[in-house]
Design a protein around this ligand. Structure first.
Ligand SMILES: [Zn+2]
Ligand SMILES: [Zn+2]
Length: 1043
């Protein structure tokens, strides 16, 4: 048997997929690390002491200019919507509707101004709100301390306002509720999900807006209107509805301005724009081009407006508003202050000095952020950071010099002004370059990488398919389809690696690996193509032969050899009545399968997009159950079912004679399994008991809650180790002295409970040969009966799966163990259906698992992902799993990640490890079907048949075919898994502009790719386990020989 080539081949295919996933992810998932630090009033960021002393009360970092602010966010307010062009004769529905803004800007040029407000991609509302409050560039994954909520963990404007005692009132889009839980002094949330609904949110806001403004019980008021965005999604911008909506907004602003006081700053902003179809999410010009309008009743600007509205990055709003309101700039802000708002009404020099002081604060804050960010993450290039550092130091030095000169009055106006201007532009340069550096690494899709990753995955799928059709047991197959491609890959990796090493950017490991993967794939297809024409010619030249059996077909092998597949022999003998019985049996199995599928629906989790959905009651832990009676009943049910599982597994093993030996593993199954169940039951009992009712026992409970899971972990590890050390569950009875023949099908009862029908003695042919050779050497006749040899592979897998099942059940809440039992039952039923369907079809090659079996197996894996209470969204992850057996402290992140990962991908793990059962099961079931027919057979045949009852030893009989079958099975599994992944990747790539991309498609892609990684690794483990058993069986036979 070729073990290493098979494992290597599968590992190589997995690597190809991983490279594709990695490449796609690097182009699609924008990542960034969230820092936990936050700014505070006492930060020593502002050095000149005279500035600090002059700060009025209530101000931090800079003097407060406004005591109140109103931020009106009109979702998806594109710049063109807000811009007014009086020259336009026939405006489109979205043009020239916000005439009031134009009126303010022209009638009071020192009070109002319109800007182009440049949004950073991804232009999805949630990411934009994050950007507008943190001053940073939110990516899809902001790796922070907590994935469980959408709440913003980073320092942000709202947190600063609340920290400094400002009352923040919010009304509108309920996305804010999730992002800033319990931050608002008062709030009116309205549902944002239904994009077909244009009015609920806006009308709700209008109802509360003016009374709230008039009441004066607020310092900052945020109103987030959604109508324009929803109108875009529903009708597109070029629609009469949009005109109505914008006119409504215009009236709202007109009325709002009437209600504002002199000390209030009004900001009207769009969070992003929209495309011609009304969508957003990507980085096209129309999506990133939003509008910002600034207004106050006291003069804001020292100069009149520029000809063409200035473009301002969205993040710039954060430091500007923070300093205008006299609160610290949020820690992670990379925006630049809009300095013209700080110039005041003095002369040019004093205005420039004021601007310089805010630039100075801003630059210091950005410098501090870049410094702490580069300490925790390496994604910002070091050279550029170095350059930024130099820019910053120079500007600060000159600022200090200049201030000293200004105080000594050594500079005269014209020179002073030019010095001031040049210094301002140096600060600007620093801040802009810093932002550009961050943008480059955080906020860009890489279309080339996305396409590359997608292509790699698609090609890997194709490769799986081709290889699974090609795979044959010959050295030349592995040489041409594994060795040469691997060499190609290595050579290209070396070349690309060398080329990269000489380039200034340094080595990009991911790119090197991707090139290597692509090259080795090319190598594979190249060698395949070399053989391909031969196959076609030979297959075509053979004349079609008449069919032999009723359901037997001829099959052309790739190399042109024509063979009659050997179907299990009993199939030809099946009579009509037994045929009917088989069909009925199959139908019953299908019915059970359907019941399982239906029942598994009771364990679903909800997505937030479906508000009427109620999550399954079974998901909550028993401890949360108030009703003691129900709690006890559920507890007993769970424990009983767990015991039932152990009973079922043990009786299955006993049935096939795998429970007779006295090996440590078998002893473990006999005694360790009940012990594990006992520990789990105790853990559940302790964990679900009410905490307060125990009084003095509290400390004991604390210990027990940790001790029992550890006992389970320990026992399960012992079991798995035993399985690895000696996976043989075979009991050999050596009766050489007494017996008279070489082959003894049955030798009697090895232990009292094993009855005749249930013990299948097996002897392997090689064994016979060796015995023969010994006979020839003149020794006495010898026989050996081996109990459980026929199911030795499956037994090891079943034991491993049961142990894994225990571990995974422990990580889930108590009542989900019911779902796991359903999972085991459904897997069992699927295996039986597969076996019987094959038996009925009769034309199947025994060593090849049909596609439908693999597909149904994988579908079941996906089904139980959902039926164990999971959903592909972050808030649905079961975080409690990280604390099974731990108090609330973890020194590293690895262990909780493993625990949560195992919990999330439980069904992937079980089905992938159990995948080889698809190949083994028909062999295991061989006996039971032939037992039934025994009475019909003649005695002479019976002897023959006894030799035929090889069960899984049939696989060992042709080791080359066995290894090829495992390879084929693995490839088919990876192909189906890869196809699922490919669909998700394509969805994420094509729909990257979709409204829901960051809520639906990107998380789905992430879960799917993680699931792929977990599944493929577990698949390799399952196949390795089979091979380990094969090794052990070989050793066992060789030991027998020398006994
Ligand atoms: Zn939006
Ligand atoms: Zn939208």
């Amino acid at each position: 048997m070729q073990r290493w080539p098979v494992l290597l081949f599968l590992a190589w295919v997995c690597f190809l997929f991983f490279a594709g996933i990695g490449l796609f992810m690097s182009g699609f998932l924008l990542t960034r690390i969230e820092l936990a630090s936050s700014s505070s009033c006492s930060d020593p960021l502002v050095p000149p002491p005279w500035e600090r002393q002059s700060l009025p009360p209530g101000s931090c970092w800079a003097p407060q200019r406004f005591s109140k602010a109103v931020l009106v966010i009109i979702d998806a307010l594109r710049f063109e919507f807000a811009h007014f062009n009086p020259a336009k004769a026939s405006p489109l529905p979205f043009e020239n509707k916000l005439s009031f803004l134009y009126h303010l800007a022209t009638s009071q040029p020192h009070h109002a101004r319109l800007y182009r407000f440049r949004a950073d991609p991804p232009t999805a509302t949630m990411q934009r709100i994050k950007g507008l409050t943190t001053g940073s560039l939110p990516t899809f994954i902001d790796v922070g301390s907590n994935f469980a909520t959408y709440a913003i963990q980073e320092d942000n404007l709202l947190a600063q306002l609340v920290q400094n005692g400002r009352r923040v009132v919010f009304m509108g889009d309920d996305t804010w509720e999730g992002l800033f839980p319990k931050k608002f002094f008062r709030s009116y949330f309205f549902p944002s999900f239904n994009v077909k609904d244009l009015h609920t949110v806006d009308d709700g806001i209008l109802q509360h807006l003016y009374p709230t403004v008039d009441s004066g019980e607020w310092d900052v008021l945020i109103a987030h209107f959604l109508g324009v965005d929803h109108c875009g999604h529903k009708h597109g911008p070029d629609h009469p509805e949009m005109a109505k909506k914008l006119t409504q907004m215009n009236e709202m602003l007109r009325a709002l301005v009437d209600h504002l006081g002199n000390d209030t700053l009004l900001l009207v902003a769009g969070d992003h724009g929209m495309t011609e179809t009304g969508d957003h999410g990507g980085d096209s010009e129309k999506e990133v081009n939003a509008a910002l309008f600034v207004y106050s009743k006291t003069p804001l600007f020292g100069t009149g407006p520029p000809e063409e509205p200035e473009a301002v990055p969205q993040v710039n709003l954060v430091p500007t508003v923070a300093l205008l309101l006299g609160v610290p700039i949020p820690y992670s802000n990379i925006g630049e202050v809009m300095a013209e708002l700080f110039s005041g009404d003095g002369d040019a020099v004093s205005a420039a000095l004021k601007q310089l002081s805010v630039y100075h604060i801003n630059a210091k804050q950005v410098d501090r952020f870049l410094h702490s960010y580069s300490l925790v993450a390496q994604d910002l290039p070091a050279e550029q950071l170095q350059r930024l550092q130099e820019l910053f130091t120079d500007a600060v030095k000159e600022h200090t010099q200049l201030l000293a000169q200004v105080q000594e009055v050594t500079l005269v106006p014209p020179e002073l002004q030019s010095r001031l201007r040049s210094l301002i532009s140096r600060f600007q340069l620093y801040l802009r370059e810093a932002r550009a550096v961050c943008t480059q690494s955080w906020a860009r899709f890489h279309p080339l990488r996305m396409v590359g990753g997608c292509t790699l995955i698609a090609a890997s799928c194709l490769l799986c398919y081709v290889a699974s059709e090609l795979a044959v047991a010959s050295d030349s197959f592995y040489r041409s389809c594994l060795l040469y491609p691997l060499l190609w890959g290595l050579v290209v990796a070396l070349l690309v690696g060398l080329a990269h090493a000489f380039m200034p950017e340094g080595l990009d490991l991911l790119l090197v690996l991707s090139w290597a993967a692509a090259a080795s794939q090319l190598g594979f297809f190249w060698h395949w193509w070399g053989r391909h024409p031969k196959r076609a010619r030979l297959a075509g030249s053979q004349p079609p032969l008449p069919s032999i059996g009723l359901r037997q077909r001829l099959r052309a092998h790739w190399d042109g050899r024509l063979t009659v597949p050997e179907g299990p022999k009993q199939q030809q003998l099946l009579g009509f009545s037994s045929y009917r019985r088989e069909i009925w049996y199959l139908l019953c199995l299908v019915a059970v399968l359907l019941v399982c599928v239906r029942l598994s629906g009771f364990f679903h989790q909800c997505r937030e997009e479906i508000p009427q959905c109620r999550p399954s009651l079974f998901l909550s832990p028993l401890a949360s159950l108030r009703n003691t009676r129900a709690k006890n009943l559920f507890y007993l049910l769970c424990v009983a079912l767990l015991a039932g599982l152990v009973y079922a597994v043990r009786s299955w093993l006993r049935h096939y004679g795998n429970l007779n030996s006295s090996d440590p593993l078998v002893l473990f199954v006999r005694w360790g399994f009940p012990l594990v169940v006992l520990c789990i039951a105790c853990y559940w009992a302790v964990a679900s008991s009410a905490d307060d009712s125990l009084g003095k026992l509290q400390e004991l409970v604390q210990v027990a809650v940790v001790a029992f899971p550890w006992a389970v972990y320990g026992l399960a590890s012992v079991g798995l180790l035993l399985l690895l050390c000696n996976p043989m569950t075979v009991f050999a009875k050596d009766t050489r002295e007494s017996a008279g023949s070489i082959v003894t099908p049955y030798l009697g009862v090895p232990s009292s409970e094993v009855d005749f029908l249930h013990v299948i003695p097996q002897i392997y042919k090689r064994m016979q040969e060796s015995q023969k050779s010994r006979l020839e050497r003149g020794s006495c006749k010898a026989t050996v009966a081996a109990y459980g040899l026929g199911s030795v592979y499956s037994a090891a897998l079943v034991i491993a799966l049961t142990l894994l099942g225990f571990l995974l059940m422990l990580l889930h809440s108590e009542r989900l163990s019911l779902a796991f039992l359903l999972l085991f039952l459904e897997a069992f039923v699927l295996l039986h259906i597969h076996t019987h369907a094959r038996g009925l079809a009769g034309d199947a090659e025994p060593f090849s698992v049909p596609w439908y079996a693999v597909i149904s197996w994988l579908l079941a894996a996906s089904q139980f992902f959902y039926s164990t209470g999971h959903q592909p969204i972050f808030p649905a992850i079961h975080w409690n799993a990280a604390f099974v057996g731990f108090h609330l402290d973890h020194s590293t992140n690895l262990l909780p990640a493993v625990l949560v990962g195992a919990n999330t991908f439980a069904s992937h793990i079980l089905f992938a490890v159990g995948c080889p059962l698809l190949l083994l099961w028909p062999f295991v079931c061989e006996t039971s079907s032939s037992q039934k027919r025994k009475p019909k057979k003649e005695t002479r045949e019976e002897q023959q048949e006894a030799e035929e009852h090889m069960m899984e030893m049939r696989l060992r009989e042709s080791p080359e075919k066995f290894s090829t079958a495992l390879l084929q099975l693995g490839l088919k599994y990876l192909f189906v898994l890869g196809t699922q992944l490919l669909a998700c990747v394509c969805a994420a790539m094509i729909l990257r502009r979709h409204l829901m991309v960051w809520k639906v498609f990107a998380p789905k892609f992430l879960f799917e790719s993680l699931g792929f990684v977990v599944s493929s690794i577990c698949l390799l483990l399952g196949i390795s386990l089979v091979m380990r058993v094969d090794c052990a069986v070989s050793t066992w036979f060789s030991q027998l020989q020398f006994r």
